[in-house]
Design a binder for this molecule. Structure first.
Ligand SMILES: [Cu+2]
Length: 121
């Protein structure tokens, strides 16, 4: 009984940490022509904040290292992008940001979450 309660407590602690306390690492600024590598691993995109410049094309190279089905797609819902991510096989997404703002990229269920920040610079 005690073991079960402890497991439950740990699970609750983990959920609280995951959704409210965890803060992703600092962002990466994209320079034109550069390919930014994004690792899909352990429930997070690394890096999870990408800064891009308005009107300047960027290339994002997703490398999925998480075998969980959760990670098998990456979506940019606001930009109408949806790509399959085969395990261990890099997938490059090229885009030219034409709007300033924060755009989410995520897995199908939104467990993996990242932000593409487009700045007018
Ligand atoms: Cu998911």
């Amino acid at each position: 009984m005690i073991v079960i309660n402890l497991t439950g407590l740990l699970l609750i602690a983990f959920i609280i940490w995951w959704f409210w306390l965890y803060r992703p690492s600092a962002g990466v600024a994209a320079t034109p022509g550069q390919i930014i590598e994004i690792r899909v691993k352990d429930g997070v995109y690394e890096p999870s904040l990408i800064e891009a410049s308005l009107g300047k094309g960027i290339s994002l190279r997703f490398i999925r290292e998480d075998a969980a089905a959760c990670a098998e797609q990456v979506l940019f819902p606001d930009l109408g992008i949806r790509k399959e991510l085969p395990l261990g096989k890099p997938v490059i997404i090229r885009l030219v940001p034409d709007q300033v703002g924060d755009f989410t990229f995520q897995c199908q269920m939104g467990m993996y979450r990242g932000t593409l920040r487009v700045l007018n610079q």
